[in-house]
Write a protein that binds this ligand. Sequence first.
Ligand SMILES: O=C(O)CCC(=O)C(=O)O
Ligand SMILES: [Fe+2]
Length: 186
Amino acid sequence: MFKIVGTLSPKGQALLENNAIKSIERMQLDVSSYAPGRYRLWLFHEANLRNPPTIKEAYFDELWWKVAQKVYPGCQIGLLTFGGKAGTLESDARISWHRDHSFAMPTAIGINFGGNAKFGYDFNRQSGDKRSINLASGDVFKFNCKHLHAVLDHEPGRFSLILWKVRQDGRYPGLKLCKSIASLLT
Ligand SMILES: O=C(O)CCC(=O)C(=O)O
Ligand SMILES: [Fe+2]
C-alpha cells in the first residue's frame, strides 16, 4: 500500500518549513548505514534499534505534535529529516532500500515538504515490484513501512516528517511510552 492521502496548502507548507528550518540546529547525523549522510531529528520518542529495542523521550515541540496528531492520530514517534545545505551543515536525505524497524506498526505516514523527492516503494513483497514515485512539496503519503522503500533523490531544501505508531502487542515489553507523551494521547 502506497497512497498520497493529501496535500498541504501553501500556507501549511510555509508553516512547516519555518518550523523545520528552526529544527535543523537540533539535528544529528544518522547512525543508520542506509542513510549515511542524513541529518535527522527524532520527535516525541527515540527508538533505540539495538536488541532488545527500547525507546526514550526525544525532542518535543507543540507544532510538530499538532501536525503529527492531525495527520496520524495516535502516532508516538516522528522523524524529521533534511536534505540540503544550511550554514555549514550539508545533509543528504536519501536513504537506500530498507524496511522500518519491527517496533513499528505497518502503517507509516510521511509529509514531503520544502522540495520534490523521488520515493522508491516495492509494491509486491513476494515477487518484487519496485517503483519510483514523484512526491511534490506538501504531499502527505501513507505506506506500509514493512515493504522495501527508499528516498532515491530529492531537491535541495527537502524535508520529510515520518510518523509511526509503536506495536503494542506485548512483543516488545521494553517499549514503554514516556508518561508525559502517553498522557497526551489518552
Ligand atoms: O524521508 C522519507 O521520505 C522516508 C524516510 C524513511 O523511510 C526512514 O527514515 O525510515
Ligand atoms: Fe523507512
